[in-house]
Structure formats: C-alpha cells, structure tokens
Write a protein that binds this ligand. Structure first.
Ligand SMILES: *Cc1c(COP(=O)(O)O)cnc(C)c1O
Length: 427
C-alpha cells in the first residue's frame, strides 16, 4: 500500500477501517483534557469500558449469595473459568481443553517447567533466545539450579549475529540441532519484548522436537497480538499474561496451554493443588491427587473470580471482533504506517536518527516497533510525553511504540509520528 504523510490520509484510513468502532469500548488516559495517544498496549492494555460492570456483577453475586456463589449463581464460580476457555483457545489456536487460566505468568512458567523440564544426566540443557525477558531468565536460572545444574552450563542462549539486532530462524534451528543430544527443553518467547521480533514458532517447534526436546513458549507479547496455532504447531506448553494485548488489567490472570498429547501421560510431574483435582470428585476431599483431564489439571488454587471477570470483559470484545486474524489485518497496516512515517523523518533529517530494529518483514513482527534513537533518546522520549504520546522507554536508547488494532487509529499513529518529527528537529 502507498502511504501518505498527511492527516487527511490518516483520517481517510480511519474512515475505511471496519474495526474503528471498537475504540469507543476503551478508556483512554487523558492529556490536557484530551485522550492521550496511547501506544503502550504492549506493556499494559487499556481498560474496556464494560470491565467495571463485569466486576460489579461478581461483587453483587458475592453480596447476594456469599458462599453459595460457588454453586448457585447464574454463572457459578466453580465453573466460571470454563467460559473463558473457548474464546482463549481461539486466540492462541488451541483446543478448549488445552487451555485454562490461573495465577500469573512467571508462576505459570515455573509450574509448567516442573512438568516439562525433566533434566537427565545427558539431557539437561535449556535453549532460549539471548535477551529474553528478565523474569523468564530468572525463572529458568532458578529451575536449573533447583535441579542441581549450573546456569552457565545448562542454559544455551542464541544471540543475533554481530551487527544484527534480531535472530535468524536458521541460526535458531542450527543451534538446536548442534545441541540436539543434550537438550531437555527449547523455551522461546513468541515475540521478544525488546526487539519486537515475532519468531517462527512452527519451525522452532519442529526443530526442538527433532532434537528430542520439549518445546514451550512465553506468549506475553504474542497472545492477542498475532495469530497463533499452538495445537497445529504441536508446541508442548505455553503461557501468557492477559494485561498486555489482552487488556484485562494490571496483574491480570494468566493463561496456560498444555498440548493434549500430554493429557494421558501419568509420568509427567506436576505441583498439584485442589483446584486441579478431578472435577467430579474434588469435594470428596480424598487423599491422593487425581488430576482433572486437560490443562485444568495444572490448576492449583481457588479461582480469583474478580480477575476472571475482568478477563471475560476483554475476551468478549475479542469475540465481537471475530478473530485475531481480523485484528491482524488492521495491525499490519497500522504498524506499517508507523514504520513508513518514521522512515520519512529519517529522510527529512538526512540521517538515520531513528533506527527500527524490529524486523521489516511483517511476518516477523506484531504491533510493536522498537526504535533506537541515535542520540538524545531520553530527551526525545520525554518530548513525546509532553505531547501526550505514551510509548515506553527501554535503556539505553530504545523507544517502543505499539499501535493496537482494537483501540488505536491511523490518526494516533500520524500524531505520534508528528511529535517524533518535532522532537527530531529539536534534537
Ligand atoms: C510481561 C512479561 C512477563 C511478566 O510476567 P509476570 O509474571 O506477569 O510479571 C514475563 N515474561 C515475558 C516475556 C513478558 O513479556
């Protein structure tokens, strides 16, 4: 598509956008009395307007039914999570029984590593991307130590080639096959939080399985952002948070995926709790853990109903939008427009003041662009803030901007780029 650097053009794209009405379902922070230009959905998605009503309904159930809310409410709390499974399964490309919601992301990574990191004397290594999200690094380090191995030895990180910012798929698969005999697990993010690179998860899954390892994904930046096919790809497990592209509130409940091929495997270790117990007999409170069939068998604790209600408010919007593929059509255009406008600034400046490190190839990125500022990055970022443009800053020199198809407009992208243009000429 041929883009133009004008407000009239951006407005026209908004008028043609079949998803534009979803914007009015979200609450925007204000800047000088107007909606801020919010491009930070990769960090914390905006609040759906209906969300407080969803929570209020559950407060009402609590008030009216108290403990009987678990059984007597219109949507009994005991099975409340089950209505989230089908919409969530559609978002990550899974069967409903392969997903559930529980805990927070890093906690879930630990629980899933208990099952899917089963080191042996020969196979005890975990291969992951260099520069993974810090919490994932800490989780993996501590798991490796827990099993008595040294992180330096047991964790293999794949890094970009010198002079390159992102990974080549070929380098990932070669590293996997190079270590084939010693790998217990390949653990990758779906989209790297820093570079915005969307990895080829299907190819990584295939390579990991060929090497004889389990393959799992952290989809924090991918779920609700890019189309996923976890079941088809054959990934063993995955987890993600709901507060980034899934707009379910700070610290919102996390989702997990366990491939159905593991449901009958009684050898898989797990850290159990009563909420993962076989549903029909949970309240007989018998000794001896008997897991519920499917991903629900990994649940540990009582459902946090208020978090689940918030998540439901958001999932209902995804259901209205149809599919992540429908959102993706707009997302590709929004992000390409932002990339186009940033390149225009560089052309005007006669130098690459803003270097986009996120892959140019749209199949290798989601909504987010990560932009290295050649100089005065923090001052440029601070200028954006004074103009009501909310992105985020990552030391030492990266600005991340993520136009989100559910609530961002082409005009948002234009206005953000306009503020960047001004910042460029001041710096
Ligand atoms: C956001 C994010 C997290 C955050 O984990 P919490 O347990 O929710 O704090 C973890 N991993 C990745 C890759 C993330 O992007």
């Amino acid at each position: 598509m041929n883009f133009e650097n004008s407000l009239a053009f951006a407005t026209q794209l908004d008028e043609q956008d079949p998803l534009s009405h979803f914007r009015s379902q979200f609450l925007f922070p204000k800047h000088n009395g107007k909606d801020a230009i919010y491009l930070c959905g990769n960090s914390l998605g905006l609040q759906p307007k209906a969300l407080s009503q969803y929570i209020a309904e559950q407060l009402q159930v609590w008030r009216d039914y108290a403990v009987e809310g678990w059984f007597q409410a219109e949507q009994p709390w005991l099975t409340y999570h089950q209505q989230l499974k089908a919409p969530l399964a559609r978002i990550v490309g899974a069967l409903p029984q392969e997903v559930t919601v529980m805990n927070s992301l890093t906690v879930n990574l630990h629980l899933l590593l208990v099952s899917f990191y089963q080191p042996t004397a020969k196979r005890y290594k975990i291969l992951m991307e260099g520069g993974a999200f810090p919490s994932d690094q800490y989780a993996v380090e501590s798991q490796v130590r827990f099993h008595g191995y040294a992180p330096d030895d047991a964790i293999i990180e794949v890094h970009p080639r010198p002079g390159e910012a992102t990974l080549r798929t070929q380098d990932i698969t070669e590293a996997i096959s190079q270590h084939a005999n010693e790998l217990a697990l390949v653990l990758f993010s779906g989209i790297n939080y820093y570079t915005g690179q969307f990895f080829d998860l299907e190819t990584i899954t295939k390579a990991g399985h060929q090497a004889g390892a389990y393959v799992g994904f952290d989809l924090a930046h991918a779920a609700g952002n890019v189309p996923l096919e976890l079941h088809k790809w054959g990934a063993d497990f995955a987890s993600w948070c709901s507060y980034k592209y899934m707009n379910s509130g700070p610290g919102g409940i996390s989702g997990v995926f366990v491939n159905e091929k593991h449901f009958d495997n009684t050898e898989l270790k797990r850290f159990a709790g009563w909420w993962g117990y076989h549903n029909e007999s949970r309240f007989q409170m018998e000794p001896g853990f008997k897991p519920e069939f499917g991903a629900e068998g990994w649940q540990v604790s009582t459902s946090p109903i208020l978090l689940m209600a918030a998540h439901k408010a958001s999932l209902d919007i995804f259901e209205q939008a149809g599919s992540v593929s429908a959102l993706r059509q707009k997302s590709l255009k929004l992000t390409a427009y932002l990339a186009f406008l940033i390149q225009q600034i560089n052309e005007r400046q006669g130098e690459e003041l803003f270097k986009i490190i996120t892959p140019d190839d749209a199949s290798q990125r989601g909504a987010q662009l990560s932009v290295i500022c050649k100089r005065n990055g923090k001052a440029i970022f601070d200028y954006l803030v004074t103009k009501g443009v909310i992105g985020d800053w990552r030391e030492p020199d990266v600005i991340r901007l993520s136009p989100v198809p559910l609530y961002n407009s082409f005009t948002d992208v234009f206005e953000a780029a306009k503020a960047l243009t001004e910042a460029a000429s001041n710096n």
